[in-house]
Design a protein around this ligand. Structure first.
Ligand code: CAO
Length: 476
């Protein structure tokens, strides 16, 4: 009796399994999807299946440098970036550092490619209604106003999230929550408060800021990653979230090796710093290290042929341990290979200044490009100091789209830096920056669906046109 029951049960299970298999096989979706439920790979050739961020709509409330860097990256990756600007004024950088009279400055054009511009007075009642529609239409709002400015426009997180629960609100601020959160911040303020300036420069000189805009562009870059991550999470949760990048945090993230060194100080001197070799005691904080490498391989900037007249006839030379013997042969010091004072890295540490002086005697007999060729043939890492002129003229950078020539209706052709992130299936085309309000009508009618009558009413309302007396643009 019991055996019969078991047999029956087994037969039932088999039938059920067959049914399940049959049911699964019938599902039409199974034909379209691969086993893990994802769509089948595109059959189009690489670079022809659209852009990575196609379909992502950005309400771009950014200005100056940090925010525009972020939204320009997203626009290059395919997002539709709608830049909202104050009527008659626009992003303050349009007129800053102007080189061509009456034309948008390079400061603006080089940070706002691939975007559309709409002018809206965000404090005007009709302007607010238009913004409400844009909030409902877009996926991400990006802003880098002074703390509280977005709230003062009535665009609090609660308000935005209620209008569009899927909206991601991304902000750059100078500082995160804490004693300085209300402060306005520019590039060099962030470099100083993020730990970069105190660790840059020469020991016997004042702190230095760097030319690379690690506070503005660096934070914009961090913000772009935050936005893409929030978009990815939204696929799962269906919900938007706030993304905050503080410039102090962004700089500190880029200067993290210096916080590493701060903690190493507790355990003794930083032996890879030239200060150690010179017998100068360390203080309480990570010191400025001149041109020391910052990593485990000692390096320094050395003069090359022509340094007397060319301020960039220099090369960064790294005495990487595995190629030490090749360096000795190349610079004509083969005896150093076996000399106990030079053969091993710890023995070299107290002598680095003299070692680099000897290598420099050799580099000064060659141009920086000759040193580059000779060293790389032996796998010795070196970096010629390239001027911006040399970079602008470098053919290989033009070829890869890292330096791009763009045409502009009012300023003519200019050079810009293209997208440094190269995706094989999402090729970047660099399109010129928009003129102020160039796409206002197009966005109002084609994107937001306003009728011709409504457009006429908006035009006379004053929401998209400059006030009688345009607000004065102040220098940043
Ligand atoms: N319509 C109406 N008003 C608008 C507007 C629009 N379309 N766009 C901006 N405004 C208003 C803002 O609402 C704000 O008004 P309130 O002060 O009355 O609220 C006003 O313009 C000025 O905005 P702001 O304070 O952001 O600009 P600022 O020139 O005074 O300060 C900056 C600039 C960069 C210091 C500040 O925005 C800031 O600290 N941002 C965060 C950090 C940052 O990104 N810094 C890097 C800048 S790049 O070097």
């Amino acid at each position: 009796m019991a055996k019969k029951k078991v047999k029956k049960a087994k037969a039932k299970t088999k039938a059920a399994a067959k049914k399940v298999v049959k049911l699964k096989a019938k599902k039409p979706a199974a034909k379209k999807a691969v086993a893990n439920g994802l769509p089948r790979p595109s059959g189009k050739p690489f670079g022809q299946a659209g852009k990575a961020l196609d379909g992502v709509k950005i309400l771009d409330f950014t200005h100056v440098q940090s925010g525009p860097t972020c939204t320009q990256l997203l626009a290059w990756l395919g997002a539709d970036c709608i830049k909202v600007e104050r009527p008659g004024v626009g992003d303050i950088t349009r007129t800053q550092l102007r080189d061509v009279k009456g034309a948008d400055s390079l400061y603006f054009t080089m940070l706002n490619h691939n975007k559309r511009s709409i002018t809206i007075d965000s404090k005007h009642a009709t302007g607010k209604q238009i913004l409400d529609r844009l909030i409902k239409h877009c996926d991400v709002l990006v802003e880098n106003f002074a703390p509280g400015a977005l709230d003062r426009m009535g665009l609090t997180w609660e308000y935005i999230h209620k209008l569009n629960p899927r909206m991601i609100v991304a902000s750059v601020k100078g500082f995160g929550p804490g004693p300085y959160e209300e402060c306005k911040v520019y590039e060099n303020v962030a470099q100083c408060t993020g730990g970069s300036a105190s660790t840059t420069g020469f020991r016997d000189g004042p702190p230095l800021v760097t030319g690379a805009q690690i506070g503005d562009s660096g934070t914009g870059l961090h913000l772009a990653l935050g936005i893409v991550s929030a978009l990815y999470q939204r696929n799962r949760t269906g919900r938007g979230q706030r993304v905050l990048c503080a410039m102090q945090d962004g700089v500190l993230n880029l200067a993290r090796v210096k916080l590493r060194d701060q903690q190493r100080l507790k355990h003794g001197p930083l032996t890879e710093f030239s200060q150690y070799g010179e017998g100068i005691p360390f203080g309480e904080a990570t010191p400025r290290a001149g041109n020391d490498s910052g990593g485990g391989q000692p390096g320094w900037i050395l003069k090359c042929k022509g340094w007397e007249t060319d301020p960039n006839a220099y090369i960064y030379f790294i005495t990487q341990a595995p190629v030490w013997e090749a360096i000795c042969d190349l610079i004509g010091k083969p005896e150093w290979k076996t000399d106990p004072d030079y053969a091993k890295p710890p023995a070299r540490l107290p002598r680095l200044k003299a070692i680099f002086a000897t290598i420099e005697e050799w580099t000064m007999t060659k141009t920086k490009f000759e040193v580059m060729d000779l060293c790389n043939a032996k796998d010795i890492p070196v970096g010629p100091i390239l001027s911006m002129k040399e970079i602008a003229e470098e053919p290989s950078l033009r070829k890869t789209g890292t330096v791009v020539e763009v045409d502009h209706p009012t300023r003519g052709a200019y050079l810009t830096v293209g997208n440094p992130i190269k995706l094989s299936d999402s090729i970047t085309e660099v399109k010129r920056s928009p003129l102020l309000g160039e796409h206002t009508e197009e966005i109002l009618t084609k994107v937001l669906g306003y009728s011709a009558k409504e457009l006429a009413e908006i035009k006379t309302s004053g929401a998209i046109t400059p006030p009688e007396k345009p607000a004065k643009a102040e220098a940043a």
